[in-house]
Design a protein around this ligand. Structure first.
Ligand SMILES: *Cc1c(COP(=O)(O)O)cnc(C)c1O
Length: 378
């Protein structure tokens, strides 16, 4: 394989729920969830049943034809948006979902785009052009022209940049890769107002926050707004590759036949997995449970002297450490049997499955407390 990922830390061979096993037989509590992807954990019975049934019935159809699963999934997503006129395009990843939003915005006849510094929107050339991280962008210049990056959370900067030439504004409701950063209250609402005034499309990249991760379906609901475009991937496929771009209101008819496509997008097996995941989230009240786990993790971890703050929503949380040693803490957690990641020098990110149990959350809190104490230098 290419060396683009660096040296992997483990070879994982099996999993069940929130537990994974490596090739030496060691077990780990998986609190990263395939980077917010395994929304129902590993080997969930409902996913196994749905995927097995679908692959033994009809594996792939291409986009010349349609199958019941893709329609059912589109209807599900449509009802979650609250807009019965919204329309869904299916693809396979977050970058592809944002590429679709980018192309959709060109159909307004406008070309300029406003995005935010620190944001992550994917690695393909269009999505990378939206991504606000110089280290990822610089080696690949020139990127798409006409894109400005303003500081995340700064509404005045948005006001200055967005005008009648702006095709779209793209924002993550909570910055994920940049270390789980919440914008100030009123930020998304303010962007909504500027977009209404100027006619720019408001695109919310819910690739990481979406599908129940934040204790709500998409992760922006706390602001009480409705965006023009929602992009999804990560948790959407219940562990299988699946992305979506949902266009609401006046944007729903911008794409015409021939404008865009994806060979695998909306694949029956991935759709069956997604439908099973949504069904389990609803039947087991997992949105509510994510909120309960969030409450416990925040209240227990903020008591620790080495923790400054626990930010984020639901089960997408950033534990802000007093010292800039998150990489050391992450490695010590791995040795203690817990998987997390360190998106920035002082932040540990957790994104466990929504099916994580209270007992597992308790175990995480106790191991984390012990490991943090052992790795504090102050
Ligand atoms: C992960 C991520 C992406 C990119 O998704 P891929 O499936 O890796 O292409 C885009 N936006 C956000 C917010 C993400 O977290």
């Amino acid at each position: 394989m290419q060396s683009n990922y660096g040296v992997p830390q483990l070879t994982l061979v099996s999993g069940k729920g929130s537990i994974v096993k490596d090739s030496d037989g060691n077990e780990y509590l998986d609190f990263l969830g395939g980077i917010a992807t395994n929304i129902l954990g590993h080997a969930h019975p409902a996913i196994i049943a749905a995927v097995s049934k679908q692959i033994s019935t009809l594996g792939h159809v291409s986009n010349f034809y349609i199958h019941p699963g893709v329609v059912a999934l589109a209807e599900n997503l449509q009802s979650m948006t609250g807009d019965s006129g919204s329309r869904v395009f299916f693809c396979n990843s977050g970058a592809e979902a944002n590429e679709a939003a980018l192309k959709l915005s060109r159909k307004t006849g406008r070309k300029r785009i406003v995005a935010t510094q620190g944001a992550f929107h994917g690695r393909t050339m269009g999505a990378l052009s939206l991504t606000g991280q110089p280290a990822k962008r610089d080696p690949f210049k020139p990127l798409l022209p006409g894109i400005s990056h303003v500081p995340f959370g700064d509404l005045e900067a948005m006001k200055r940049k967005i005008n009648r030439k702006t095709a779209m504004v793209i924002v993550e409701p909570i910055l994920g890769e940049a270390g789980v950063v919440m914008p100030p209250i009123g930020y998304l609402k303010g962007i909504r107002e500027i977009c209404d005034r100027t006619g720019a499309l408001m695109v919310l990249d819910c690739v990481q926050t979406g599908m129940g991760r934040t204790g709500e379906w998409f992760g922006y609901e706390y602001e009480g707004i409705v965006p023009d475009v929602i992009t999804l991937a990560k948790g959407l496929g219940g562990g299988l590759p699946l992305g979506a771009m949902i266009a609401l209101g006046r944007t729903s008819h911008l794409f015409a036949p021939g404008d865009h496509g994806s060979t695998f997008g909306g694949n029956p097996v991935a759709c069956a997995s997604a439908l099973a995941a949504i069904d389990v989230i609803e039947k087991k009240s997992l949105l509510k449970k994510a909120q309960i786990h969030e409450g416990l993790i925040k209240s227990e971890l903020t008591k620790l002297p080495g923790v400054m703050e626990v930010r984020g929503q639901g089960l997408l949380l950033g534990i802000v450490l007093a010292e800039e040693n998150s990489s050391e803490v992450k490695d010590a957690l791995l040795r203690a049997g817990v998987l997390v990641n360190s998106p920035s020098p002082s932040v540990i990110r957790i994104a466990p499955a929504l099916t994580v149990t209270g007992k597992e959350v308790g175990k995480f809190i106790s191991i984390f407390s012990k490991v943090l104490k052992e790795n504090s230098h102050g």
